[in-house]
Design a protein around this ligand. Structure first.
Ligand SMILES: Cc1cc2nc3c(=O)[nH]c(=O)nc-3n(C[C@H](O)[C@H](O)[C@H](O)COP(=O)(O)OP(=O)(O)OC[C@H]3O[C@@H](n4cnc5c(N)ncnc54)[C@H](O)[C@@H]3O)c2cc1C
Length: 255
């Protein structure tokens, strides 16, 4: 018998609202494939990524350290062209580029900058591709082999460093990006989310056994790690000195 047999995996369900009764049990309103349902739960885990839907419903604020955003666009590579399977990054005047080969001989390209510094022209695919091709290291590897597909589009998502001001409360806690989100330059988001899941599972089990220190200890470990992460992030950005007068780099050098 599987240890995880009791877990029910519900796809297409979206948390809409939560309410806690006098006994601190939860009532959830969920949209499941277009149908509204009400569920009960003793303990809730917010694993909804940066949206942190549960924490938001509870009115918990987020601490933001920067305004980093990611503009992403996949391209097809010409059939006969392959590049080594690394994650490539390259600093430019107002941010940095990231590229990685993804299945189907495609290249995911991402431009990172601050939301308020974004040149709106970057949302134009031709302009975006042109700037990408001008990068000295990554662009040189692929610029003559990129194929723009008809359904290519640039998507924007937040990529800032941020965390909830409170990552646990009465019968709930947050994990992964919902709790602590990382700048992609650290490559730390997935490892931290997986590690956080492990600590969260143990903390919840202990909490349900009546150990009052379990959730504060969970929070303490993460806060300590996050302070260390912020120091490492600052050190990483300090390495780039070429555009110290540009606001993007200036902000990071002063952080
Ligand atoms: C551009 C970019 C590049 C990155 N590169 C790297 C990298 O190279 N290495 C690395 O380690 N990390 C990277 N990261 C970070 C990494 O993607 C995240 O840290 C990781 O995905 C966090 O996992 P998570 O499960 O906490 O959240 P997510 O992966 O965001 O998952 C959250 C889930 O919750 C669901 N959800 C949202 N709202 C609701 C709701 N109301 N009800 C129900 N479900 C909901 C979503 O659909 C989603 O499935 C990158 C991030 C960005 C933005």
């Amino acid at each position: 018998m599987s240890k995880y047999q009791a877990v029910e995996w519900l796809l297409g369900c979206k948390l809409l609202r939560v309410k806690q009764d006098n006994n601190k049990n939860w009532q959830l309103t969920v949209n499941c494939n277009g149908k509204q349902q009400t569920w009960g739960a003793r303990f809730l885990v917010d694993a909804t990524g940066r949206i942190a839907k549960l924490a938001r419903c509870l009115g918990i604020k987020r601490e933001q350290y920067d305004r980093l955003i990611a503009l992403a666009c996949p391209f097809k590579l010409q059939l006969n062209h392959t590049i080594a399977n690394y994650t490539y990054i390259e600093a430019v005047e107002n941010g940095w580029w990231y590229a990685a080969v993804i299945p189907g001989n495609r290249l995911m390209t991402v431009f990172m900058t601050d939301a308020d510094l974004l040149d709106k022209a970057m949302l134009n695919l031709d302009f975006y591709q042109e700037l990408f091709s001008q990068t000295h290291l990554i662009g040189a590897l692929v610029k003559d082999y990129l194929i723009s597909e008809l359904n290519n589009k640039i998507t924007i998502q937040t990529a800032s460093s941020s965390h909830l001001r409170q990552v646990f409360g009465e019968n709930w806690l947050a994990v992964g990006d919902a709790a602590f989100a990382y700048d992609p330059i650290s490559s730390y988001g997935i490892a931290s989310a997986l590690g956080g899941g492990f600590y969260a599972g143990n903390a919840i089990a202990d909490h349900l056994l009546g150990k009052r220190e379990a959730l504060p200890a969970y929070s303490f470990i993460h806060e300590k790690n996050y302070k260390l992460y912020l120091e490492m992030l600052s050190n990483q950005y300090q390495l780039e000195k070429r555009w110290s007068n540009n606001l993007f780099w200036k902000r990071r050098h002063c952080a």
